[in-house]
Design a protein around this ligand. Structure first.
Ligand SMILES: C[S@@+](CC[C@H](N)C(=O)[O-])C[C@H]1O[C@@H](n2cnc3c(N)ncnc32)[C@H](O)[C@@H]1O
Length: 271
C-alpha cells in the first residue's frame, strides 16, 4: 500500500523543509528575528510576541506558500514520513482538525480524492469544537469530543473501523502549565480509548501530548495495546513548546473489541 508521497505544492517531497532553509527548518536556534513588531495600545505583550513569532516563523511562511491552512501540516507530514501510516486506502479519523492542515495532508496521502489511479481510495473524518471550512475529500463535523456520547457519534459517522486515529486536540492555554498539561492528557486519553474501540488490527494512533509528568501513564496504557509506542518531537514543533507526539503503531485488537458498547459487531469491511 505504500506510495511515493508528495503533497501539492510541496517543494521538497519527503523532506518537508522550507525551501532554502536547510539549517533552520524549525526555526530552532534562530536568534535574530527579521521582523520586529511594535507594541500597540490595547495589545498585550504576549500578543505582540506571538505576532512577532508568527511573522518570523519559516513554517508559517511555508504553509502560506504551499496552500496549507496552518504550520501544523508539517508536523503530520514529518511524522508520516517517518512512520508511513497515511497510505492510499487508509481510513483516518482526525480529532481536533481545525483549521484543517492535517486533513489537507491526509487527503493527498490516503488518496481520498482518487487522484492516484490504480491506488486504493481512503477516507478522512475530521471533528473539532470549531467550525471548519469544507475540505474536498473530508467529512468534517463540529463536536466537543469530551461531551457525553461524543465517541458514539464519531463511531456512527465512521460506520466501521479506522486504520489511523490522530489527535492534535489542544484546549486553549490557561497560562497554568500543569492545568494545560492535565487537560491535554484528558483529551489524549479520550482519543486513545476511542482508538481502542475503532482501530483495525495493526492500526496507528498519533496524539499530541505536553511533557509534564502524566504522559507516562498514557504511554503505559498505549503499550498494552500497541506493538510500538514512541514519543517524537517533529522539527516543525516549536522548540520552546513542551509539545511532542506519541506515535503508537501495530494496534492489537482483543476479542472484546469486536463488540461495540451496544453489543453490535463492527464491520471490518466498512470504509
Ligand atoms: C492545534 S489545533 C489543531 C490543528 C490541526 N491539526 C490542523 O492541522 O489544522 C487544536 C484543535 O483542537 C481542538 N479541540 C480542543 N479541544 C477539543 C475538544 N474537546 N473537542 C474537539 N476539538 C477540540 C481546537 O478547537 C483546535 O482547533
Amino acid at each position: 500500500m505504500s506510495d511515493k508521497k508528495k503533497t501539492p505544492g510541496q517543494k521538497a517531497p519527503g523532506k518537508n523543509k522550507p525551501a532554502g532553509a536547510a539549517k533552520a527548518t524549525s526555526g530552532r536556534g534562530q536568534r535574530d528575528l527579521t521582523i520586529k513588531v511594535k507594541t500597540a495600545r490595547g495589545r498585550k505583550l504576549s500578543s505582540t510576541l506571538w505576532l512577532q513569532r508568527q511573522l518570523n516563523d519559516p513554517y508559517v511562511k511555508r504553509a502560506k506558500a504551499d496552500g496549507f491552512r496552518g504550520r501544523a501540516a508539517y508536523k503530520i507530514l514529518e511524522l508520516d514520513d517517518k512512520f508511513r501510516f497515511l497510505v492510499p486506502g487508509a481510513r483516518v479519523v482526525d480529532l481536533g482538525c481545525a483549521p484543517g492542515g492535517w486533513c489537507q495532508v491526509a487527503v493527498t496521502r490516503v488518496n481520498a480524492l482518487g487522484e492516484k489511479q490504480g491506488k486504493r481510495v481512503g477516507t478522512i473524518l475530521g471533528v473539532d469544537l470549531q467550525e471548519v471550512e469544507p475540505i474536498a475529500g473530508c467529512e468534517i463535523h463540529q463536536l466537543d469530543f469530551l461531551e457525553d456520547d461524543a465517541d458514539e457519534k464519531v463511531k456512527t459517522w465512521l460506520g466501521g473501523r479506522a486504520d489511523v486515529v490522530m489527535s492534535d486536540m489542544a484546549a486553549s492555554a490557561s497560562g497554568h502549565k500543569q492545568t494545560d498539561h492535565l487537560r491535554i492528557i484528558a483529551l489524549c486519553e479520550a482519543a486513545a480509548y476511542f482508538a481502542f474501540d475503532v482501530l483495525e488490527e495493526g492500526g496507528t494512533f498519533v496524539a499530541k501530548v505536553l511533557a509534564g509528568g502524566a504522559e507516562g501513564e498514557l504511554q503505559k496504557l498505549l503499550k498494552l495495546r500497541f506493538k510500538k509506542v514512541v514519543n517524537v518531537k517533529p522539527a516543525a514543533s516549536r522548540a520552546d513548546s513542551s509539545e511532542k507526539f506519541v506515535v503508537a503503531t501495530g494496534f492489537k485488537r482483543e476479542q472484546d473489541d469486536d463488540q461495540d458498547s451496544d453489543g453490535l459487531r463492527m464491520s471490518s469491511e466498512a470504509g
